[in-house]
Write a protein that binds this ligand. Structure first.
Ligand code: ZN
Length: 268
C-alpha cells in the first residue's frame, strides 16, 4: 500500500516502520489512526514502481446501485426508484485500474461510476452524519453483460456484472477533504477516445450520504467496503442501434480530482 503525498508515492509499511502493514484493509480497520498518521507524512521511502492497484482490493462487501441518475433510469426504460436499486458485484470481479478485459460475449457494456470506500463502520447512520464513515472516493467501472443481467424471471444484476475483471477500481483513494465539493464531481467514460458518458455526480438520485444512510439501515457497512454509486446516461445498451464492447476497444473511465481507469478489451 502506498500514500500519495504531494507528488511523491510513499511506501506505507516502510515509512511507518511496520505500524501499518501492506494490506490496505488493515488501514481501513484503523482509519482514524491511519488518517492522522498520513496527514503528517510528506516524505519517506518510495513505493514500488509500476501500475497502481485497487484502493480496497479485498473488501468484505461490495454494494452497487442501479438507476441512480435520472436520465439513465429513463434511457433504461425503467421508472425512477423510490429506494436505491441495490445489487452486488461478486468479489471475483474486482481488479485494478489498468487491465485487459476479457469479453465473455458480444454483449458487454460500460458504466462509469464513482465508488465510495468505507473507513468507519456504519450501522443505521444518519445522512447528516454519513460522510464521517467514508475513507475516500475512487473511480470504478461497472462492466455489465446485458444478456445475463436480464435473463430469467427476475433480473440477475449481480451475476451479469460479476464476470472476471468486471469491477476495476482505482487508481487512488482520495479523501473527501481534497475536493471543493465531493458531491459534485465530473464523471466521464470514453470508448476509443469518444466520450460516451459525461455527467456530474451531483445528478445522482441518491447521493453518497443518502446511500450510506439507506444501505446501513439494513447492512452494517464495514471498513474497506465499496459502494458503486450508479452510472450516468450513455450506456451502449440504451443506444439505437445497441452498442457493445468489442476486442480491441479501449475504455477510459474518469472522475474529476481522482484520476482514470484504462481497460483494453480482448476476446475471451
Ligand atoms: Zn452500474
Amino acid at each position: 500500500m502506498c500514500l500519495v503525498a504531494d507528488d511523491r508515492v510513499i511506501d506505507v509499511e516502510r515509512a511507518s516502520a511496520g505500524r501499518f502493514p501492506a494490506d490496505p484493509l488493515a488501514a481501513f480497520e484503523r482509519w482514524d489512526e491511519f488518517a492522522d498518521w498520513a496527514r503528517a507524512i510528506h516524505d519517506g521511502p518510495a513505493g514500488p514502481a509500476g501500475p497502481a492497484g485497487s484502493p480496497s482490493p479485498a473488501p468484505r462487501q461490495v454494494f452497487a446501485i442501479g438507476l441512480n441518475y435520472r436520465e439513465h433510469a429513463e434511457e433504461s426504460g425503467l421508472g425512477l426508484p423510490e429506494s436505491p436499486a441495490t445489487f452486488t458485484k461478486f468479489l471475483g470481479s474486482l481488479t485494478g485500474p489498468e487491465t485487459r478485459l476479457r469479453l465473455p460475449s458480444e454483449f458487454v457494456d460500460w458504466e462509469a461510476e464513482l465508488v465510495v470506500v468505507i473507513g468507519r463502520r456504519a450501522e443505521r447512520a444518519a445522512a447528516e452524519d454519513a460522510w464521517r464513515h467514508v475513507a475516500g472516493l475512487t473511480v470504478g467501472q461497472d462492466f455489465s453483460e446485458r444478456v445475463v443481467q436480464s435473463a430469467g424471471p427476475v433480473p440477475q444484476f449481480s451475476l451479469g456484472k460479476s464476470f472476471p475483471g468486471f469491477a476495476p477500481t482505482g487508481p487512488v483513494l482520495v479523501t473527501a477533504d481534497e475536493f471543493a465539493d465531493p458531491d459534485d464531481l465530473a464523471i466521464e467514460c470514453l470508448v476509443n477516445g469518444e466520450s460516451v458518458q459525461k455527467s456530474r455526480t451531483s445528478s445522482m438520485v441518491f447521493g453518497v450520504a443518502e446511500l450510506i444512510a439507506r444501505l446501513s439501515a439494513v447492512c452494517p457497512l464495514l471498513p474497506g467496503d465499496l459502494i458503486f454509486t450508479g452510472t450516468p446516461p450513455g450506456v451502449g445498451h440504451a443506444r439505437t442501434p445497441r452498442r457493445y464492447l468489442r476486442p480491441g476497444d479501449e475504455v477510459i473511465t474518469r472522475v474529476e480530482g481522482i484520476g482514470q481507469l484504462r481497460q483494453s478489451c480482448v476476446a475471451a
